[in-house]
Design a protein around this ligand. Structure first.
Ligand code: PGA
Length: 310
């Protein structure tokens, strides 16, 4: 049975398996059972006439044939997606869809912005993914979304990057911290200080470690947490200090008096919020409209402070 007898369903399933390198994660994404995934992949392998993957211990590896078929799956599915966008464009903007991926740190303004955009375009179908930097870069490499909101452009990937707002990273501590209120603290004072860090793969974590390296600082990692909110609470409890995007400090954090910013030389770290998409990717009408909306809003309001043209 040659590969032209493979079904679109099988290609979709194998694409998910190849991306996740896991039957159970592919099953979860596609809302199918793991055996259904295995059966369809086996049938696809029969059509190809060669095994597509193998399991070494618990690890799933694609064979050389699997890599080739996986690339084909990605191309076919991307082409189909583009076709549906072109067809939607024929019917005008309102028939389209928008897939947006944002950083956890951008959840303080991204979803709200998307909500306002959706109110203006109720017929655009919207999908939002929220994850850390490493997860977003993986999706970007796989061309899974139309647009990405990132804190720093990826170095390895060929992408188009448009900064739209400032992103300052600040050092926060509990109000009764011994360094609170001190002026122009030298970075060396951070040596040995207990730190609450974001998880590996986080952009905030990356920027923090870069600062430590540049200044030869060896902090004490007190805890690693995958959530900015959890970090704020832990810092307020006095367990350690943390570097956070100013975006995560909402009005109640500024007024509660529980957290203070430490005036350490070199802070805030200056970065930008960027809108990113793969180089050369033709934006769908819905994605182009969202891009325009984002820039218009960023121009007239302080998006990252949560003020939307108010
Ligand atoms: P993060 O990204 O949510 O992965 O920490 C923030 C950033 O890159 O600025």
């Amino acid at each position: 049975m040659p590969i032209r007898h493979a079904t679109l369903h099988q290609l979709r399933i194998f694409d998910a398996l190849a991306r996740h390198r896991s039957v159970s994660r592919a099953a979860k994404e596609l809302h199918l059972s793991p055996p259904a995934i295995s059966i369809q992949c086996r049938q696809l392998a029969t059509a190809v006439g060669q095994p597509l993957y193998e399991k070494v211990g618990r690890q799933l590896h694609l064979t050389a044939a699997g890599e080739i078929v996986s690339r084909t799956c990605r191309d076919v599915l991307a082409r189909l997606e583009q076709t549906s966008q072109e067809l939607a464009a024929l019917q005008g903007l309102e028939g389209g869809s928008l897939r947006l991926a944002i950083l956890t740190t951008a959840k303080y303004f991204g979803p709200r912005l998307l909500g306002l955009f959706s109110r203006e375009h109720p017929n655009i179908e919207v999908a939002l993914f929220v994850g850390n930097r490493a997860q977003l870069l993986e999706r970007l490499a796989d061309n899974q979304d139309d647009l990405y909101l990132l804190g720093r452009p990826p170095e390895q990937l060929r992408v188009e990057v448009e900064p739209f707002a400032e992103n300052r990273l600040v050092l926060v501590a509990a109000a009764d911290h011994p360094l609170a209120g001190k002026r122009r603290i030298p970075p060396e004072r951070l040596n040995g200080l207990p730190f609450i860090l974001r998880e590996a793969g986080s952009g905030t974590r990356l920027a923090t470690e870069r600062f430590f390296d540049e200044h030869g600082i060896k902090p004490r990692t007190r805890m690693e947490l995958g959530s900015n909110e959890a970090i704020k609470h832990t810092v307020a409890s006095g367990l350690g200090v943390a570097v956070l995007s100013e975006t995560t400090l909402q009005r109640q954090d500024r007024t509660s008096g529980e957290l203070v910013q430490l005036d350490v030389r070199g802070f805030p770290l200056h970065r930008h919020w960027c809108l990113v998409h793969p180089e050369g990717k033709q934006l769908s009408p819905a994605a182009a409209a969202f891009r325009q909306y984002l820039f218009a809003m960023a121009e007239k309001s302080d998006l990252v402070a949560g003020q939307f043209g108010e």
